[in-house]
Design a protein around this ligand. Structure first.
Ligand SMILES: [Zn+2]
Ligand SMILES: [Zn+2]
Length: 395
C-alpha cells in the first residue's frame, strides 16, 4: 500500500486507533443482537461517543443512534452510516471472541461496520470539520423488518435521521476481497421482492390421487415453471434471480396435503428484468390453477427498491480509498451482486454511495455463513476511508 502524503497522517491516526477498533468489534461480536434489539451494542456506542465528547441522540428508530459533530460555519453536512444488527445463525468459528449467544451471530460484518464508524467518529473528534458538519448514523435492523414491515433505515429516516444531509456514505466489509482492496457496484441494492405462494386442494388418500388434487405434483410443476421460466423470460444482459427458500406442507407419508406454502425472493438489477420475472410468477399461478389447485401469490411489503450509487458520492469514497490504500486498490470484483441492502433508504434522502471493503479471512465462509469472519486489519482502513470520504464531500 502506498498512501498519498496528505493521507499518511489519517492512516497513522487510524492505526493508533486499531487496538480500540478491535476491542469494540470483538465486544460486539461476542454479544450479537437481532434487529431492533441492539441494546448492548447501542450501549457500547453511546458509551464510546460520550468518552469522545460527541453529542448524540439514542432511541432513533427504536435502538438507533444519531451523533453530530458540527462546525461554527455553515456548509455541507455528510452522514456516515453503520448497521448494528446480527443474524439468526449459530456461529461455528472457534475463536476467543466467538458469539456468546447461541443461534445469533454477526455473520455479515455489522460488528466491524459499527467499530469502523466509531473509529471515524474518533478521527473527527480529533479533527472536527471546519465548515458544515458530519453525522454518524448507527442503525438497527438492516437484515430484517419489524411487525409493520419496516427496516431500521426506514424507521430512522422517518424520525429525521437524514434531515439536512447533503450526502450519505457507508462501507460494507466483503469476504470476496483481501485487506487493502475495495470494490464497488453500480447498484446500492438490487430490487428485492419477497413472496409467498399458497397451493390448496381438497387433500386426500395417497392411494387415491384421482379423487383429489395432488398439491405436491402441482408444486413440482410450479417450481419447474418458476426456475425454468425466469432465465428464459429475462434479457440475459440484465441479471435477475428467483430463489425459493422454504416449502412447507404435509404431515404424513400417506396423505396428500391440502395446503402447501412456499416462500422465496426475486432479485433484479433493472425494472424490465423485474417486471419480466414477475410475469413468469403470474404464469406459474395460472399453471397451478390449470392443474386443479387453488393458488394464491402474495408479494410481501415492503420490498427494497432498486437503487444506484450517486456518482459524486461514490467518487469521494473511491478517491479516499485510493489516497489511503494506493492507486491500485480498486478491484474489478463486483460488490453486491443481487443482494438487498436497506442503506438504499438513506440514499433516497441524499446522494449516497456504498463501498465494499476487503476483509477476507482465508478458510472462512461467505456472508451469512456460520464461519464468516472479518480480517481486523481492515478496521483502521475503513475508519480512515469514511473520514477522508466525508471530508472530500464537505469541501
Ligand atoms: Zn447481511
Ligand atoms: Zn450487511
Amino acid at each position: 500500500m502506498t498512501a498519498q502524503p496528505q493521507a499518511l497522517q489519517t492512516l497513522a491516526l487510524a492505526e493508533r486507533l486499531a487496538p480500540s477498533l478491535v476491542t469494540w468489534r470483538r465486544a460486539i461480536h461476542c454479544h450479537p443482537e437481532l434487529g431492533f434489539r441492539e441494546f448492548k451494542t447501542a450501549g457500547l456506542v453511546a458509551r464510546e461517543l460520550r468518552t469522545m465528547g460527541i453529542e448524540f441522540r439514542t432511541g432513533v428508530g427504536k435502538t438507533g443512534i444519531v451523533a453530530d459533530i458540527a462546525s461554527d460555519k455553515t456548509g455541507r453536512w455528510v452522514a456516515l452510516r453503520a448497521d448494528m444488527d446480527a443474524l439468526p445463525i449459530h456461529e461455528q468459528n472457534d475463536c476467543a471472541y466467538r458469539s456468546r449467544v447461541p443461534g445469533v451471530m454477526h455473520a455479515c460484518g455489522h460488528d466491524a461496520h459499527t467499530a469502523m464508524l466509531l473509529g471515524a467518529a474518533a478521527l473527527f473528534a480529533q479533527h472536527p470539520p471546519t465548515a458544515g458538519g458530519v453525522r454518524f448514523i448507527f442503525q438497527p435492523c438492516e437484515e430484517d423488518a419489524d411487525e409493520e414491515g419496516l427496516s431500521g433505515a426506514q424507521r430512522m429516516v422517518a424520525e429525521g435521521a437524514m434531515a439536512g444531509m447533503s450526502a450519505v456514505l457507508a462501507l460494507h466489509v466483503t469476504p470476496l476481497l483481501p485487506v487493502g482492496k475495495v470494490g464497488y457496484d453500480e447498484a446500492i441494492s438490487a430490487s428485492v421482492d419477497d413472496f409467498v405462494l399458497t397451493l390448496r386442494g381438497p387433500g386426500g388418500h395417497a392411494a387415491s390421487p384421482h379423487l383429489t388434487v395432488d398439491t405436491v405434483m402441482v408444486l413440482g410443476q410450479v417450481i419447474g415453471a418458476l426456475y425454468a421460466g425466469v432465465p428464459r423470460a429475462v434479457d440475459p444482459m440484465h441479471p435477475a434471480v428467483l430463489t425459493i427458500g422454504s416449502v412447507n406442507g404435509g404431515h404424513a407419508n400417506n396423505v396428500i396435503p391440502s395446503e402447501i406454502r412456499l416462500t422465496g425472493t426475486l432479485r433484479a438489477r433493472n425494472a424490465e428484468a423485474r417486471l419480466a420475472a414477475m410475469q413468469v410468477c403470474e404464469r406459474a399461478v395460472t399453471l397451478a390453477r390449470a392443474l386443479g389447485a387453488e393458488a394464491e401469490w402474495h408479494w410481501e411489503q415492503p420490498s427494497h427498491p432498486l437503487s444506484l450509487n450517486d456518482a459524486a458520492a461514490l467518487d469521494a469514497l473511491v478517491r479516499a480509498a485510493r489516497s489511503l490504500l494506493g492507486p491500485d486498490c480498486v478491484a474489478d470484483d463486483r460488490g453486491l451482486g443481487l443482494g438487498g441492502e436497506d442503506f438504499t433508504y438513506f440514499a433516497q434522502q441524499a446522494p449516497g454511495a456504498m463501498l465494499y471493503l476487503g476483509a477476507r479471512v482465508d478458510g472462512h465462509g461467505e456472508w451469512h455463513t456460520p464461519t464468516f469472519d472479518v480480517d481486523e486489519r481492515a478496521l483502521p482502513l475503513g475508519a480512515a476511508i469514511l473520514y477522508e470520504g466525508a471530508r472530500l464531500l464537505m469541501s
